[in-house]
Design a protein around this ligand. Sequence first.
Ligand SMILES: [Zn+2]
Length: 147
Amino acid sequence: MIDWSQLYRPFAEQLADLLQLCAGAGLAVEGTEGYRSPQRQAELYARGRTQAGPRVTNARPGLSPHQWGCAVDFVFIGKEGKRTYEGDWKEFGCLVERAGLVWGGKFLTMPDRPHVEYGRWREVRAAMWRPPKAGGCRVANPAHKRR
Ligand SMILES: [Zn+2]
């Protein structure tokens, strides 16, 4: 289950539309992972690099929309309520786009069919980003000096 309160609000509203579209099309899906902490993203990024197993992401911490509450991964609910990756992903992707969202199944470098993201997540990141250390830049903005 995902924590809806951790999602960027406009994205959550579009996800609600997506779930309605899926219900209407007879696709039983469920969100498995939404917001991810930088620590969790670092763990996932290490898989297939410094840790065993296949690579699961190309995004370093801070560079995944999951960190900004702007992505959710889905699974299908199969027989007896079991989660499964067997399902009509093509139809799912079509509905994702109809809801105005971006489907990971169309990613060129690492297609990710369960992944759905908010198209303008980089703008959300830019608005929310705070440098790790307080104090701002070492170099003053020259534009300020001229005033
Ligand atoms: Zn994802």
